[in-house]
Write a protein that binds this ligand. Sequence first.
Ligand code: S3P
Length: 167
Amino acid sequence: MKNIILIGFMGVGKGTIARAFCAHMEMVGLDTDDIIESMENRSIKEVFAAQGEAYFRAKESQVASWLSKHVKNTLISTGGGFFMVENLNKIGTVVYLKSSFEGILERILTHPNAEQKLAKRPLFADKEKAKALFDKRAPLYEKKADIVLHVEGKSIQDIVKELKKRL
Ligand code: S3P
């Protein structure tokens, strides 16, 4: 089976959906932010603060090339900017988890650990800037996607079922 790559904006639920899908399908999952945190032995927030965004993007490219060479049969969830790496589609089937910005904001703000969710995402610190980033990226996610999955207002269970059907 080809890898499945989940892309989409920060907070859309890539990690949550990935875990539910892996459990349902009894398959293995990887997360590009987790890989970078283990390569760096520090959090994404610390990487951004110490080395800046360009360094982080270079790490994402390194991870992308490793994934395309060495990983198969895996569900890969990604950081919100990972879709910009070269040859994304060579890694596997790209699935865009689509929601409006308002839907994402509501999902984050109604989460019991909302503050923690926001604090670990440096690019979400300023809501207006995050919205501008969302507007810029939304059409780009669509362009890279083999499958566009609308997730807003849907239960995780329904999203998992729909993804399974559409692969
Ligand atoms: C980023 C999204 C984050 C993380 C980093 C940059 C982005 O991941 O990779 O803070 O550029 O959108 P999540 O999408 O899991 O928040």
